[in-house]
Design a protein around this ligand. Sequence first.
Ligand SMILES: *[C@@H]1O[C@H](CO)[C@@H](O)[C@H](O)[C@H]1NC(C)=O
Ligand SMILES: *[C@@H]1O[C@H](CO)[C@@H](O)[C@H](O)[C@H]1NC(C)=O
Ligand SMILES: *[C@@H]1O[C@H](CO)[C@@H](O)[C@H](O)[C@H]1NC(C)=O
Length: 318
Amino acid sequence: MSRSSTTWTSIALAASAPLLCAWQAAAFPTLVQREEQAAIAALSTVQITAFRPYTHYASTGYCSPASTLAWDCGHNCQANPTFEPVASGGDGDLTQFWYVGFDPRLEEVIVSHQGTDTSKLLPILTDGDIILEPLDKKLFPGVNRSVEVHSGFAGTQSRSAPGVLAAVQKAITKHKAKKVTVVGHSLGAAIGLLDAVYLPLHIPNITTRFVGYGLPRVGNQHFADYVDAAVQRATLSAVTHINNKKDIVPILPGRFLGFHHPSGEVHIDEAGAWLACPGEDNPSAKCTVGDVRNIFVGNGTDHDGPYDGIEMGCSGSS
Ligand SMILES: *[C@@H]1O[C@H](CO)[C@@H](O)[C@H](O)[C@H]1NC(C)=O
Ligand SMILES: *[C@@H]1O[C@H](CO)[C@@H](O)[C@H](O)[C@H]1NC(C)=O
Ligand SMILES: *[C@@H]1O[C@H](CO)[C@@H](O)[C@H](O)[C@H]1NC(C)=O
């Protein structure tokens, strides 16, 4: 009985091999599905407006710890008036400013990191001696050593990581929160993307999301794929990196140096449309890689915005 059923199973398996392939094709994204998803679509006004709170939170990342802890920074803070700060840190020099708190309207813990001037960032991104290194074993337990990131970004993230983690845990406990959104602009976006990978490794049962602005490339192909896979299995609920017009920062460091973006680009075009660009480093002329072909085509002024009318920087002026 058991023998014949085994035989039957093997015959059935052999006969249905093409069917199995079809089943696997349905269960996992295939080339065909990727191509279907590859349509570049403009976000609706409602979808763009939904990013406004996060754009202000990213812009507020430039404010001093004293002002974010008191939530007293003028226009940017007033744009998210019900925010409840939990902790702030950084010195704006070796460690970028950061703050953590709770937004009761969004029911989310917010983590934000300060960015930097383009003039300070460009040398870090164009340095021919850029080192890619595996993620720190203690901060990123269990992540494959083939996942490598920019050593400068890794060092910067590691300095604020323990403080950010403690603050997020405190905010979750205090507000019974289940969702965390990490935001940042420029260098702050790079640190934020690493935080979005880091936090779920230490806090079970939370949904983490990343919204970055003017994000440089953070890691290698394995890193980009790790982030995409985390989104697939919903460890990360979403990764969105919004690039303004001809900003050159998102094309750096170059892919020829081994750097790659995860999926989730939104490119703001010259007319101000927000275009969702599927895939990693989408080469379409509507997306950053195709539009900003090299640093000479790029325009550094676009790095700070405006993103839906909001300029990055503590004042958040438009
Ligand atoms: C780590 O990644 C490499 C390269 O993709 C792969 O060959 C290896 O099997 C992975 N190791 C583990 C433990 O998953
Ligand atoms: C996480 O969620 C699962 C299922 O809801 C639950 O059994 C588990 O206790 C939770 N873990 C923690 C640390 O809250
Ligand atoms: C760069 O962008 C700014 C703002 O959009 C614009 O005013 C300026 O003319 C642009 N510079 C070049 C060289 O295109």
